[in-house]
Design a protein around this ligand. Sequence first.
Ligand code: FES
Length: 385
Amino acid sequence: MRKTKPQRTLRPPVENEKLTEWVQRTSTRISPLVNVTLPPLVRTVAKYSETLHVGRTVPAHVSAQIPVRVHRREAVSPDGSVASLVLEHVDGRPLPRWFPGAHIDLTLPSGLQRQYSLCGNLTDHGGNLTDHGRYRIAVRLITDGRGGSSEVHSLREGDTLTVSHPRNAFPFAPVGHGDTGHRKIRFVAAGIGITPILPMAESAQRLGLDWTLLYLGRSRESMAFTERVEALGNRAVIRADDTDGTPTIRKILGRVRPETAIFVCGPEPLIEAVLKKLAKADQVEVHFERFSAPPIVDGRPFRIVLASSGEVIDVASDQSMLDAILAARPGTVHSCKQGFCGTCRLKVIQGEPDHRDSLLTPSERADGEILPCVSRAGQTLTVDL
Ligand code: FES
């Protein structure tokens, strides 16, 4: 169970227009998921991230599970591979508000936990940031996946499950809003990566910002929410590989001018290509969210010892500690596999961890906590398992 500790109460803004001003008054910590090179927005995004519970220290009311019912289920891609669920509180009361880029943890009837971005339209009802008090998610069916998407696709209207409060590891801070700079926003979404990006683009449209969206997919048939994207007008461009060809990173990015912020969500090769291409770009920010675990960089093999049994588990250089543990203990609790949900946390009893997560605070690390889905060690670690 997640440990919680008191956190100061911060009131989110009622109107998106006040967001920049609001975040500038609030917190201080930079989200490690965000790669930014323009200082003012670093502060803005960081403040927004912390306030919206990026990170593992969340107040008790936020860590509580919310019982919800599937209000509506529909296919949102022509080939039916993407199902969208609209979830409502079982009591009919409005669900907690959320902001573009937020995700929720779903606890499925089988007990599986999965994270999905919220993708409702926040702007189609007079600025009511609760999206009519319901949550919309969209999930692509991965038949050879880990089972979460199949179970979501098997849900029917009226089925019940629980969700977490929204959290945001990919916050959209309206660049230049309330400022004299002429900053541009470029959204790049590939496949199901449209889910966090679409509410951002809709918000940017509503705020009158200077933005564009490039939405990529293998085929038009497989792409979700194309009608919603087209409703945004000619700032949004849809490209399908089967009709337009697979784009190069040069075609995807084109010329990126200084004072541009790029928000990208898609498969790992796209994220890596964007990061590589813009590594030295002047005054360009890149904000990204991955679908899956980040690649292991400089991985070396090491061993873990399970304190309860003395069992020794070898972790290969290209394997996560969590995957090595799962091979031996398949029931080990985990969820995001990306170091941001905290579900897999373990206590180190002996040894020096190499922390690679974006979640644990210095005091938690000093206390021996580790997230084995992303963190490693240079030597043997004994863990409380
Ligand atoms: S599984 Fe989410 S932090 Fe490890």
